[in-house]
Design a protein around this ligand. Structure first.
Ligand code: SF4
Ligand code: MG
Length: 314
């Protein structure tokens, strides 16, 4: 609810704060139990930061994160440790996120140990083996090191580590962006199977609109630290209402050559999140911008059937 993260910029010889990067600037949304909410937008729009704010890997500047009815931003360290078990994250780069000096078995086992989820060493090892099999690897892989695996396999290890603590919500931060296209589909299918079997809830962050369409129940579109549109997946892709969403979607190739779609090219670059444009943040690039767009910020509103849009013209 109204989640914000402003990173301070320090300057001068005294290191005084001279401004702030408004990475996330007031986003509100919900994720339903068992669903996948996709989150898209160009790099730097604040989607990864939003994911980290939910987990409190970064402390929000303002707002609330309500999980199972409680605002977890009020939690102390002990309460947070318990909460961490319920929320996990999978990173984009499976190479950087796995300790190269630990065996795969120890990487996964460490999570089980930290949260005291096994009573004996044997119980822990059995759980590690079960997790490896659950993500399509084998028991024998437990004794190997991350560098011995391919990118897709490493992401499977990352998923097994996240699953080790029986989470409810997994923040997936571009989990397949670093993988070959053929491998992407395998990892996505695995994630969907696991979701069904284990009743997982996903926040799926990505810049690839086709991948997001495939996996998500609903999709949120971010621009410069704000959500500009959010709707059920088919509704958003068939009936995009925000000019920014329309432009993003116009760039996806259509497999059917008889359908013609005009590619909407946006002019200019994404403005800096240090001094974002006033009014509607998209007005400097929007083909439909009117005077009001420069002055008044459009409210993010339900335009019917939970199709939320922030635009004066809609
Ligand atoms: Fe474009 Fe105005 Fe809508 Fe912003 S509010 S997206 S500038 S029409
Ligand atoms: Mg990112």
């Amino acid at each position: 609810k109204n989640l914000k993260k402003h990173f301070p910029i320090k300057g001068g010889i005294f290191g005084k704060q001279v401004g702030s990067v408004k990475a996330v600037d007031g986003v509100s949304f919900y994720i339903k139990d068992g669903e996948t909410l996709g989150m898209v937008g160009e790099s730097g729009c604040g989607k990864s930061t939003t994911g980290r704010l939910i987990l409190r890997l970064i402390e929000p500047t303002e707002g609330e994160v309500i999980f199972e009815g409680k605002n977890i931003l009020t939690f102390n360290k002990k309460q947070m440790r318990e909460m961490r078990r319920k929320m996990q994250i999978i990173f984009q780069d499976p190479y950087a996120s796995l300790n190269p000096r630990m065996t795969v078995g120890n990487i996964i086992g460490e999570a089980i140990e930290i949260h005291k989820l096994a009573k004996t060493k044997q119980e822990k090892e059995e759980r590690v083996q079960q997790l490896l099999e659950q993500v399509g690897l084998t028991r024998a892989h437990a004794n190997r090191y991350p560098h011995e695996f391919s990118g897709g396999q490493r992401q499977r290890i990352g998923i097994a580590r996240a699953l080790a603590v029986n989470p409810k919500l997994i923040i997936c931060d571009e989990p397949v962006s670093a993988l070959d296209v053929s491998i992407q589909a395998q990892v996505i299918n695995l994630m969907q199977d696991l979701q069904q079997k284990l009743g997982l809830t996903y926040l799926f962050i990505a810049h690839d609109l086709s991948v997001v369409k495939h996996i998500s129940d609903r999709v949120a579109v971010m621009y410069l630290g704000k959500i500009v549109e959010l709707a059920e997946t088919n509704e958003l892709y068939d009936n995009p209402k925000h000019p920014y969403t329309q432009a993003l979607l116009s760039a996806i190739p259509i497999p059917d050559p008889t359908i013609k779609r005009e590619r909407i090219l946006l002019e200019g670059d994404v403005p800096s999140p240090i001094n974002p444009p006033g009014g509607c943040r998209f007005h400097t690039r929007c083909p439909y911008a009117k005077d009001i767009c420069k002055e008044e910020e459009p409210v993010f509103k339900d335009k019917g059937n939970q199709h939320f849009v922030a635009c004066h013209l809609v």
